[in-house]
Design a protein around this ligand. Structure first.
Ligand code: PSU
Ligand code: MN
Length: 316
């Protein structure tokens, strides 16, 4: 009943039991301007291959759920205008209606779980927006993390969000938030924030083992791995704060709501930093892709040890 299409690369990886890393497509259609979006999408896929895993970029194309895109499909999606941004609420309607949509973190997690992929790399997750106490704007990504068992590697939450409230909601929802290699929760364009992360891990093996333990315990929901942006690529939080505040005021003045908010803010910040926000964004996504590939590899190795795949008679 579900029309699902694996890319040739992902199909082969599944058959061979190779580690696979899921990637979202909203970052391509709504998160970065053309033509960098296509270059970055291809580069991030290559980073995953270079780190020994296989990339699976998710999207819904003409009603079909694609797990992994062929290169032409990725380019077409990156060029297309007016592609829908789909999350948990509208993914099924998009598929049943034969539509085309780019997957957010939430929708990518649903697709990944469905395809049996347990590790996913992105830039930043959605979270609790500033002023959420009046707008109630809280990303469906947080609720997805609470119920879909995929480990998501992100550079923390975007500094356009209220990071303290985002961490509170993640705590309420029972989502483990693991800072990689530091105590602080990273703030997307900056490696550090004043907030302590609830958990810290320093190796990919630890992260893979914690993921496997949650699975063994039958705890639904994923882990958020917060991977700090490399030092050299940071934009100081002090420098960004007024730009973010102006972008937020602008969004309020234009009465931007719902799923329009995040793309609007990202675009304004891109303009106001003369593209520096994009350069940093690219660096952190690539950094996350490399870490996710290592986690997926560690998870495969861990699973092979716990339940070794016994070769079929006559094939060894
Ligand atoms: N990170 C980026 N750029 C993006 C996003 C994340 O660097 O465009 C997207 C992701 O797809 C994320 C979505 O799931 O923004 C969150 O949107 P919202 O706040 O409307 O839930
Ligand atoms: Mn929102």
């Amino acid at each position: 009943m579900i029309d699902i299409q694996y890319s040739s690369e992902v199909r082969a990886a599944k058959e061979a039991g190779q580690p696979i890393v899921a990637l979202e497509s909203t970052i391509i259609t709504h998160g970065m301007p053309h033509p960098q979006n296509i270059e970055v999408a291809a580069q991030v896929e290559q980073d995953i291959r270079d780190a020994g895993a296989v990339p699976a970029t998710m999207a819904v194309l003409n009603g079909k759920l694609h797990v992994g895109l062929e290169s032409e499909q990725l380019q077409e999606l990156g060029r297309a205008q007016g592609v829908a941004k789909i999350s948990r609420a509208d993914m099924a309607a998009c598929m049943s209606g034969g539509g085309t949509g780019a997957t957010t973190v939430a929708a990518t997690m649903i697709a990944a779980r469905f395809a049996g992929i347990e590790v996913f790399a992105t830039g930043g997750i959605g979270g609790v927006h500033q002023g959420a106490e009046t707008t109630f704007d809280i990303s469906a990504d947080l609720h997805e993390l609470a119920q879909t068992s995929v480990t998501v590697v992100a550079a923390g939450a975007k500094a356009i969000l209220d990071l303290a409230k985002t961490l509170e909601v993640l705590e309420t929802l029972g989502v483990p938030v693991i800072a990689f290699g530091q105590d602080e929760f990273p703030a997307f364009w900056s490696a550090k924030s004043p907030l302590a992360a609830p958990l810290r891990m320093d190796s990919t093996e630890e992260i893979a083992k914690a993921h496997a333990m949650r699975r063994a315990l039958g705890i639904p929901g994923g882990q958020l791995v917060a991977n700090p942006i490399p030092d050299a690529d940071q934009i100081p939080a002090k420098e960004l704060a007024p730009i973010i505040a102006a972008a937020q005021a602008d969004a309020d003045a234009h009465r931007i709501t719902g799923k329009g908010v995040t793309p609007y803010l990202l675009q304004r910040i891109f303009e106001q930093t003369e593209g520096r926000s994009l350069t940093a964004n690219i660096a952190l996504v690539r950094n996350n892709a490399r870490l996710a590939a290592r986690i997926a590899t560690a998870l495969s190795a861990h699973d092979a040890q716990v339940c070794p795949i016994v070769p079929m008679p006559g094939t060894a």
